[in-house]
Design a protein around this ligand. Sequence first.
Ligand code: G6P
Ligand code: MG
Length: 214
Amino acid sequence: KIKACIFDLDGVIVDTAVYHYQAWKRLANQLGFDFTEHDNEQLKGVSRVRSLEIILAIGGVTKAEAEREELATLKNTWYVDMIGKMTPDEILPGAKEFLIACRDAGLKTALGSASKNSMMILDKVGITDLFDAIVDGNKVSAAKPDPEVFIKGAAELGVEPSECVVFEDAIAGVEAGKNGGMKVVGIGQPEVLTKADIVLTGLDKMTLDLLDTL
Ligand code: G6P
Ligand code: MG
């Protein structure tokens, strides 16, 4: 019996990928190479530090650890400037409605995100109080596909992993949910999220009835 839903943030609740992309592109351009929207797909669900490593590899650029840290911080200041202007109308279709439906049905809700900026985003779009637990990049040490973020979410909610459904748009995130022994609803394309139990185009297609069929 499903007792809880655990949601990824970027790409499931809000579309912040575009802001990550603009900030990384600005950084790449400053370093003298381009970074395309296609390249950006590789960064979904990936931590800030690992994202920078991937971008430097794309540009064929090598930087020492201290400078990598400075570059990641610079990107983050640009990113934070953009998400600081987010408004509630940037919540993806159906996300808020499904969160409310879960809580009305007595299901627990948690956030399970790799982002260290998740509190600010939730605050800006006005849905912080729809989560019973928030586990983000500040609380975890192992990145998806390691299940740590979702296992911690289940623990904070006081439920077993087998009683949880995870909602994820990234391949690594779907794998993290499955590695944690949870049901996973992929948000995106079935050809990409092959390990998910079901794949939907968005939370606007999700219903409470679907939960118990997983
Ligand atoms: C999410 C996004 C990634 C991002 C990561 C870290 O997983 O999908 O694109 O790199 O969070 O975000 P942060 O806000 O901590 O830089
Ligand atoms: Mg995501």
